[in-house]
Design a protein around this ligand. Structure first.
Ligand SMILES: [Fe+2]
Length: 346
């Protein structure tokens, strides 16, 4: 299995992970003749998909949680947001179920490194983003040995961090151009609106609500809504600040293309200590595959290859299947070839 740019699809490839549109399956696993779907996928905002082909037979791209739990999470968040919009009470039990399912699966999973592959459409961004931020935050929580009670509060706050966006006009949220200053001021109200909503209408605990209110605060006081500095912000809100920014940067948006994982990680590292908590950035960068399994890469010696598997604790030095003239020629471990580095992701 490997990750391929939709522009490079051809009819010898078979779809390895299903593509969802809203709550429906747009393309099923094992779908053939993929070339004809290029334009449709790009129009929906999907730039990369997972395929099977001869070059990548021995490569696995494991997700840390099951497709079923991920889709249940997205559906629950979509329904929650829609119910708030039409002034209907929300089912907090369903949301809590999703958090508990993610916690259970992350604990069960032997993986401590996530291979991020974004298969979401423009349309489902807010909902997939909420679920991704919950998954990434809970994986960090597992690495930090948080107890179940703390994990639950962290997961619930992470899943609902952007609930206040329900109250921001869609024409601003879905604008395909840069926001004006006035529009940005409106968007910046979402943490307070979300906090007020959860306080007045739900039994969600104070720690989870602090995440909703403070996930845009920054260590140097440059964030919002309260311009908190350093330790004024709850530690879980500081943790979610890291996973929120990472997931936003690596998502494909209508107004800008998704960033590759290694660039988003560089951004976080460059801003660690001034904007983000250094320790959380350090934990996070150890739990994410900088070059996810299945990525096509170019090495510093000019050879091309596909990332086969990760070396734990050495995120920039995975094992690579070298490809020459569309054939697999050898497998090299970058841990044994320290003079070679990954130069580019295709
Ligand atoms: Fe937000």
């Amino acid at each position: 299995m490997r990750i391929i740019n939709v522009n490079d699809l051809n009819n010898d490839m078979i779809l390895a992970k299903p593509i969802y549109y809203k709550d429906y399956i747009l393309l099923n696993k094992n779908q053939k003749n993929l070339a004809k779907y290029k334009i449709r996928l790009l129009d929906l905002g999907i730039n990369y998909i997972c395929i099977y082909d001869e070059l990548s037979e021995d490569i696995e791209i494991d997700d840390i949680i099951s497709e079923q739990t991920r889709q249940k999470g997205i559906k629950t968040i979509r329904e929650t947001f829609n119910n708030i919009k039409i002034n209907k009470d929300i089912e907090t039990e369903n949301i809590k179920d999703v958090v508990n399912d993610i916690i259970d699966e992350i604990f069960y999973s032997k993986n401590t490194i996530i291979n991020m592959v974004k298969l979401e459409t423009y349309d489902s961004y807010t909902f997939s983003h909420s679920v991704n931020v919950a998954i990434l935050s809970l994986l960090m929580g597992k690495i930090m040995n948080l107890n179940k009670n703390d994990l639950y509060k962290l997961g619930l706050g992470a899943l609902l961090h952007d609930i206040g966006k329900v109250f921001i006009p869609e024409k601003i949220l879905k604008k395909n151009d840069e926001l004006t200053e006035e529009e940005y001021e409106v968007v910046k109200r979402h943490p307070i609106l979300g906090y007020n909503y959860t306080k007045e209408n739900t039994d969600i605990d104070a720690v989870s609500r602090a995440i909703v209110l403070h996930h845009h605060e920054r260590i140097d006081g440059s964030g919002y809504p309260e311009k908190q500095k350093g330790n004024e912000t709850h530690k879980f809100a500081k943790l979610v600040a890291v996973t929120d920014v990472f997931d936003a940067l690596t998502s494909n948006r209508i107004y800008r293309k998704q960033w590759p994982v290694h660039e988003a990680i560089e951004y976080l590292m460059a801003n660690a200590e001034c904007k983000f908590c250094y320790d959380y950035v350090a934990i996070f960068t150890r739990s994410i595959a900088v070059y996810p399994n299945g990525s096509m890469v170019v090495l510093s010696d000019g050879r091309k290859g596909i990332v086969r598997k990760q070396n734990v604790n050495f995120p920039t030095r995975p094992v690579i299947n070298i490809i020459k003239e569309n054939k697999r020629v050898e497998t090299i471990n970058l841990m044994d070839n320290i003079n070679i580095v990954i130069k580019e992701v295709l």
